[in-house]
Design a protein around this ligand. Structure first.
Ligand code: MLT
Length: 253
């Protein structure tokens, strides 16, 4: 069975319980996570709030006797949080900046969706596995889902409680791949997402960048000066890593 949950707020424990969850926040949390890990970050530890990220960072720094190898990253209102090393632009997460580092990371919707899919917020009943997807690793994620077998739920973060076009398009890309390659039963929103991807991005994805750039959140980020992020986040298959959220850490297994 393939299902899609359109927003963080719509995600209930029973949607993911015992299933493979794929967390999607194209603009920009999961694109940034994939970029950071592809650039050689050791691990990313998602936090629900800036304060939680800071407290956990300080605790680990105290235990290690220094902040060497540790970074704080994330956004509120799209912008870098005061006192943090990095914001939520994937372009900041270069190998020079993040290679070998542990990054405490918090974003408005994306990191909360990860934790909810894993059952962190609800204290259990989470997904069997939680994979992290962006267009940057979309085909690799689709192949991993096929080899993992069992039911899959594509968990879109959305933006401020609403549906995000770019997230549904990535859910549609993955759903279309699954449709072509295995006999899954599709729930309505998965079928609709696959059809939307084909109609807006084209079977070969040639119109993907244009479709993503027209999304509400893309226009908002462009107005904030992050236009280059939109281009990067709408690029297909630049890496074949499939990050996974396990026991509070996002790692490349
Ligand atoms: C989020 O998690 O809400 C987004 O990644 C926000 C952003 O684009 O910075």
């Amino acid at each position: 069975m393939v299902d899609v949950v359109p927003t963080l707020q719509a995600l209930r424990p029973r949607d993911v319980s015992g299933r493979v969850a794929v967390v999607i926040d194209v603009l920009r949390a999961t694109s940034t996570l994939v970029t950071a890990l592809a650039a050689g970050a050791r691990e990313v530890r998602p936090a629900a709030t800036p304060r939680e990220a800071r407290v956990r960072y300080d605790r680990l720094a105290a235990a290690r006797g220094g902040t060497e190898g540790l970074l704080l990253g994330g956004e509120r209102m799209g912008l870098r949080i005061e006192g943090f090393d990095l914001g939520n632009s994937p372009l900041e997460y270069t190998p020079e900046r993040v290679s070998g580092k542990t990054i405490f990371f918090t974003t408005t919707n994306g990191t909360r969706t990860l934790r909810r899919a894993a059952g962190t917020r609800t204290g259990g009943g989470g997904a069997r596995r939680v994979l992290v997807a962006a267009f940057l690793n979309a085909t690799a994620v689709a192949k991993e889902v096929l080899s993992a077998e069992g039911d899959v739920v594509l968990c879109c973060a959305g933006t401020r409680g609403g549906f995000s076009l770019e997230d549904i398009l990535l859910a549609g890309f993955i759903a279309a791949h699954l449709e072509r390659n295995a006999p899954f039963v599709f729930r309505d929103l998965a079928r609709a997402a696959a059809a939307l991807y084909r109609s807006m991005a084209g079977e070969d994805g040639r119109d993907l960048a244009r479709a993503v750039a027209a999304a509400d959140h893309a226009r908002h980020l462009t107005a904030l000066g992050f236009g280059d992020d939109i281009v990067l986040c709408a690029t297909l298959d630049t890496t074949d890593i499939v990050p996974e959220y396990r026991r509070g850490r996002v790692v490349v297994p």
